[in-house]
Design a protein around this ligand. Sequence first.
Ligand code: HEM
Length: 511
Amino acid sequence: MPELKVFTRAEVAKHNTEDDCWIIIDGAVYNVSTFAQLHPGGSQILVELGGKDVTDDFYGLHRQEVLVKYAPRLKIGTIENEVAQVSIPVPGELSTVPYAEPSYWMGFKSPYFNESHTAFRKAIRAIYDEIRPDAILAEDQGTYPSKELYAKLGEAGVLASQLGPGDHLKGMKLPGGVRPEEFDYFHEMIAHQETSRLGAPGFTDGISSGYSIGLPPIFNFGSPALKARVVPEVLLGKKRICLAITEPYAGSDVARIRTTAKRTPDGKHFIINGVKKWITNGAFSDYFTVAATTEKGITVFFVERDENIETKQIKTSYSPSAGTAYITFENVKVPAENIIGKEGEGFKVIMFNFSHERVYICAAVTGASRAIVEDCFKWANQRKVFGKRLIDQPVIRNKLASMIAQLEAVENWLENITYQMCKMPYLEQSVKLAGPIGLLKYQVTRVSHNIADDACQIFGGRAITKTGMGRTVEAFQRTYKFGAILGGSEEIMADLGIRQAMKYFPQGAKL
Ligand code: HEM
């Protein structure tokens, strides 16, 4: 970074030629003489503004991250007696833009949260703020999250904190200094919300969606030996695991899977054959939690990658960074002790974590939706059209109102259900919460649909452009459907909610 000096506006005004071009952005001076030739928006546009204050022009066309990235190279000083008006967020800092954070973090009271949740949110956000530039690059280039990044997230306790409270946290270091015994479902909710705020949906699923659903069957039903080996390896980011259930023939209708597992004559092994589709992280996972049918029915196996397993990348709507795969198992030999739970009881193993997975999806989708609301609020405030800011148009205020009202409603329901999870033993949760969680997921993804729609109209052409001001909105509107389909489709969630309620419908109730 060049040594910073203090200039007057008159001094800067003299640097207004092609070879000697300085500009002022928010009280700071940038020497763009050399950069102008490389400027993605064109050189002439910059040279014409040489010597001037271009703050409004800059913020009308660039995200703040552009300035953060280029300042170390281009910033040469500040303007005498002027202080910056635009705040550059510090990693881990929470936003003060209205509705950019859940209400507790905007200064409202809550019966649910305490200082440990705040410390946790800030610590985990700081970690993601630091990796965001690399995440955006990887999302764009379609590269997988590196093993080093997994190890880093593992060491910091980020991976462990996406799986809820439980014995798997024993001895783990967690973000914000949270002790494993005080970790609850609210910490987990925060972890998923923060992950999805990254603004790089494929990459986000690349670092979170495989083990979040692939590991719970092991620590809920695996043998002690399997747990002792696999759980620490995965939580510390040394190995990667995914859940391989869905097939070209079976999605939400799990019972129709065709992958088979045949016991060998000596009874010691099973031979697995079949295909799996839409397996998030499958392309780079070391381990697979696989559902297959034995003579006793659906059974779940722990399978290690070998030469008889082929994983092919599927081109989905988001980045290949998620490693979404089509997997072929051809005569894959697995020891009988790798059965997770009991032979023939795989359906129970699969269903056991389903509600938990759905709440996690709700947290992730509310986190991503909130980041979009923040971007829309900022954009509406800084974008000028027909001589006015967008926010000065009633139609734009109405769209923001609609987005915020819907998001706040589902966030409050999510917090209420999370509270029930904190207070109920797991089996009571399964009985009482499966229906409400189904309805919540249905509503959360309906809201994300509406938010995507309104955000597109607010951002216009930028909402359909992968780079620049609307980058996050473009990614959101292209990928929000993942939440509406994965973990149980909207239709199935809505139906489950009502069918569960009917189980408790009082026979004597008449209109
Ligand atoms: C320090 C100063 C500046 C830097 C580092 C910079 C950098 C960039 C970068 C990286 C992009 C590509 C953005 C993206 O697609 O994500 C861009 C685009 C652009 N820049 Fe700049 N820029 C600067 C100043 C300015 C100024 C003063 C103007 C004048 C109005 C300007 C006009 C544009 C335009 C018109 C685009 C294309 C925007 C679009 O495609 O919608 N830039 N700039």
